[in-house]
Unconditional design. Structure first.
Length: 358
């Protein structure tokens, strides 16, 4: 369900502060952006509050129709007969009611954040993955601002891969740390941002590369968008204090290895030719739309590695959704059960694989 502008009328009073969500595909520079915004004296920032991740299972339960379960039964006895009636829980729990009930809790959480400093004008919450459910976040907090940090996917992948094999638990990442899933994930986030732009006028994008090159002017634009007073000299001082080298030395800000080189062109030395081709094949249209120049002509033929990956994924998916007849055949192939001789096992295996790859 997309954001309904009419939900603005549900607010009982205007907030005393602005609420800003900093989002973007992981390793796009959202932490750097959060730090820069946090240097303004009228802001407070929160790093990965996890509030909406915690709320997500409740929303899924609320929306779920529940099959045979989640039903309310009523019984009445008339003329020695028991009449039974059933009402599905989802039919009496509307999503509008979920948003309405969630709003006071969300407001309380962010009010407490705002109270951590006197005269707070903007509360900044940075959770990159919030973009995945930003449409229903706006149903709960319709006046919220969203700042989407966008970075070249060719720069994101080596940083993402390094994080997965050093400080970041793989199970907490939104996608697997391979070039294909990262490229597809980046495209998904960009598309979500485009949809969000259509449903709220409080959405803004900032490119990592522009922030890296013209930090002072880009930061001044964002401060102005949030109605935060700051002259250009102050913005330049914040950018100078927040270089990657200096942030890397700050204790407690991020795990060791979190801040890498930060160079917009660093991918040229870190990506193989195959990885570059795959990213550009998957994301070419969106990259060109966002102003990222391709390193070679747009590919018309799908890279071999991508074809192999997709074929393997389909085979695995078919196996896990295979009919019982296929699974019984695999059980017969098992060398420990002794039900088929070796030649017969090979025949059954070939037949099963042939049927699954059709």
């Amino acid at each position: 369900m997309l954001w309904n502008p009419a939900s603005r009328n549900m607010l009982t009073k205007e907030s005393k502060y602005k609420l800003l969500f900093v989002v973007g595909f992981p390793r796009s520079g959202t932490t750097w952006m959060m730090w820069l915004l946090g240097q303004h004296p009228a802001t407070v920032v929160c790093f990965h509050s996890g509030f909406f991740h915690a709320l997500k299972p409740l929303r899924e339960w609320w929306e779920d129709k529940g099959g045979l379960g989640k039903s309310v039964y009523t019984y009445s006895k008339n003329d020695r007969k028991i009449d039974e009636s059933k009402v599905k829980l989802h039919s009496i729990l509307s999503m509008e009611e979920f948003y309405k009930r969630s709003r006071p809790l969300a407001s309380h959480v962010f009010d407490q954040m705002a109270s951590c400093a006197a005269e707070t004008e903007v509360v900044v919450e940075k959770t990159p993955e919030n973009l995945e459910f930003s449409d229903w976040i706006l149903n709960i907090l319709p006046e919220a601002y969203v700042l989407h940090v966008i970075r070249d996917p060719r720069s994101i992948f080596p940083s993402f891969r390094n994080a997965a094999y050093s400080w970041a638990p793989v199970q907490n990442l939104p996608v697997a740390p391979n070039v294909i899933d990262v490229a597809n994930g980046w495209c998904s986030y960009i598309e979500r941002g485009k949809k969000l732009k259509e449903i709220t006028n409080k959405y803004r994008e900032v490119h990592y590369e522009a922030l890296f090159k013209n930090g002072g002017s880009e930061l001044a634009k964002i401060y102005s968008w949030l109605d935060l007073s700051a002259d250009f000299s102050f913005c330049e001082q914040v950018i100078e204090a927040g270089t990657i080298e200096r942030l890397r030395k700050q204790k407690g800000l991020a795990p060791q290895g979190f801040f890498r080189k930060g160079s917009p062109e660093g991918w040229r030395d870190e990506l193989s030719a195959s990885e570059t081709r795959i990213i550009e094949y998957i994301a070419a249209d969106l990259m060109e739309e966002l102003g990222y120049e391709l390193s070679c002509e747009k590919l018309t033929r799908k890279p071999l590695r991508l074809r192999i990956y997709e074929g393997t994924s389909k085979l695995v998916q078919k196996f896990f959704h295979a009919p019982n007849s296929f699974l019984r055949r695999f059980a017969k192939i098992n060398s420990f059960n002794g039900r088929l001789n070796p030649n017969k096992r090979v025949q059954v295996l070939k037949k099963t694989i042939a049927e699954m790859t059709k």
